[in-house]
Design a protein around this ligand. Structure first.
Ligand SMILES: [Zn+2]
Length: 242
């Protein structure tokens, strides 16, 4: 279950599945990166400092996201990863941060292994199974049993607003008989990217999955939406402190 919470006076969104660690999605009230919104540059830099101060760490780890399925395991002393859409870390005190405006944020955490990950899954990443590949990497490279991983799928564009043509539909939906995943209206397709990601995670053996049904496009008063705002937008962020 997802609920809005207060982070020292700023509105954030949390999941009851990952309540006992510092892990949440930010909102328009708490912008940490400005993108095309130059007017938000100053406040986003201030907010980052505020975040690090409140979470008592200086190890902020982030990436240049390019809608790939490139996944990195964070190494000591490297804070920035080029061309990367999923970050995994088991280093104490690291704060992972990726940014979103409609794309689907996925956070993974194994309490037993004290290891977390953030995945940026837009439609391209989803078509490439970036969520499944991240779990597999945690399993193979870090020896983590997927049964110990909790997954939360955060706010992103929902089926109501993610309208595509046949070319995107064909790349995303392998099982066309599964009507939970999409709805067809004439020659347009409305696809459930969150459910596709949840399915990829369950196929890897993850049992605990929380899906946030807030649609960033419908709720652009609270979250940033690339589609609703025609590209002139900042990003909300997903953060987890290990
Ligand atoms: Zn919507």
């Amino acid at each position: 279950m997802f609920y809005f919470d207060d982070f020292y006076g700023k509105k954030v969104l949390k999941s009851s599945l990952l309540e006992d660690i510092d892990c949440f999605f930010t909102t328009r009230e708490f912008v940490l990166t400005y993108s095309s919104r130059e007017d938000l540059k100053e406040i986003s830099e201030k907010n980052r400092e505020f975040l690090l101060d409140k979470l008592n760490t200086d190890k902020l780890i982030t990436a240049k996201q390019i809608h790939s399925s490139n996944i990195e395991i964070v190494k000591e002393n490297i804070n920035f990863y080029d061309n990367t859409d999923a970050l995994i870390s088991n280093i104490r005190n690291t704060l992972l941060l990726l940014n979103f405006a409609d794309c689907i944020p996925v956070i993974l955490y194994s309490k037993k292994d004290k290891t977390g990950a953030i995945i940026h899954a837009g439609w391209r990443g989803t078509a490439d199974n970036i969520a499944g590949k991240t779990v597999l990497k945690m399993e193979k490279d870090l020896n983590i049993n997927p049964k110990n991983i909790t997954a939360i799928i955060g706010p992103g564009i929902d089926k109501c607003c993610f309208e595509t043509d046949y070319d995107v539909f064909e790349k995303l939906v392998k099982n066309k008989s599964d009507k939970n995943i999409y709805e067809q209206k004439e020659n347009k397709f409305f696809i459930d990217l969150k459910l596709l990601n949840a399915n990829q995670l369950s196929e890897c053996g993850i049992k605990n999955i929380d899906i946030c049904r807030y649609c960033t496009c419908c709720m652009s008063d609270i979250f940033f939406s690339y589609r609703k705002e025609n590209g002139y937008t900042a990003r909300h962020s997903a953060v987890i402190k290990i």
